[in-house]
Design a protein around this ligand. Sequence first.
Ligand code: NAP
Length: 294
Amino acid sequence: MKVLLTGAGGQLGQALIASVPDGLELVATSRQDLDLADPEACRTAVEQHQPDWVLNAGAYTAVDKAESESALAHAVNAGAPEAFARALDQQGGRLLQISTDFVFNGTQGRPYQPMQARDPLGVYGASKAAGEAAVQSVFGTSGRGLILRTSWVIGPVGKNFALTMLRLHRERDQLGVVADQVGCPTSTLTLAQACWRTLQIAGGSELPAVMHWSDAGAASWYDVAVAVGRIGAELGLIDMPAEVQPITTADYPTPAERPAYSLLDSTSTRTALQLSGQHWQHALKDVLQQAKTP
Ligand SMILES: NC(=O)c1ccc[n+]([C@@H]2O[C@H](COP(=O)([O-])OP(=O)(O)OC[C@H]3O[C@@H](n4cnc5c(N)ncnc54)[C@H](OP(=O)(O)O)[C@@H]3O)[C@@H](O)[C@H]2O)c1
């Protein structure tokens, strides 16, 4: 199986590269090799490499900056998956499009199911939702375009909330962290496993066209910050955790509005992929254990 990976330098991309299954031929591309904002470059990459799959882990992920860079966010997050889908539709390959809990508005107060209607709040969510819609429009019900939504991605490398909190626990005595947004952190280690399993299983059996993958449980950002302090101290990564104070979204205004409750129900995906879920605190411990200390 030949896989063209995008976003090789991102946190998910690096976890995917570190866990490539035996026998799989990987063409890993980063921004230097393939500009996702250029649909012609996406088409050419498919023509040139003729992959069985494109695993589109690359994305414009700067949620707040997207509010002022809407055209670029849409080019990368919607234009690239559409270009990949069109090229693969012609050549016979398949697409695994990684997407986000931010395609939902977060107002329903219970976990989101994969087939619920999208209703994003900000530019980032809207651009990812448009990417999903393009994949579905090109591939229809053929089963050749799969969407895997995930949430609050944290990994041992790259820019993410867990590593930022680890640094702040070292630098400060007190932290204020938003406690009224609920979702679930997802480790790149478990997410990469779900991605590879998707590609392995999809050849032999039908998978749902839209899947949800988050680590198990639920948390606010405040809960995650507290857990980073506790686990970081347990692992000897910090001497003394900072005191974490819960604050509200209103106390910490950001350019982009975020969903208040964006838990993804991953039950059906776990069944389809025959993978059991790992509680987010255990997954977080694995992430912090692998994180490089400064
Ligand atoms: N991070 C989260 O909390 C989160 C939550 C839910 C879903 N997701 C989704 O999960 C997937 C993986 O996210 P991640 O956390 O691994 O993101 P990430 O660490 O920000 O990585 C994204 C990668 O995409 C690359 N990229 C951005 N614009 C590009 C362009 N124009 N051309 C080529 N490459 C470009 C970036 O390259 P540079 O490093 O050069 O910028 C980076 O390597 C994405 O689809 C994202 O939408 C993420």
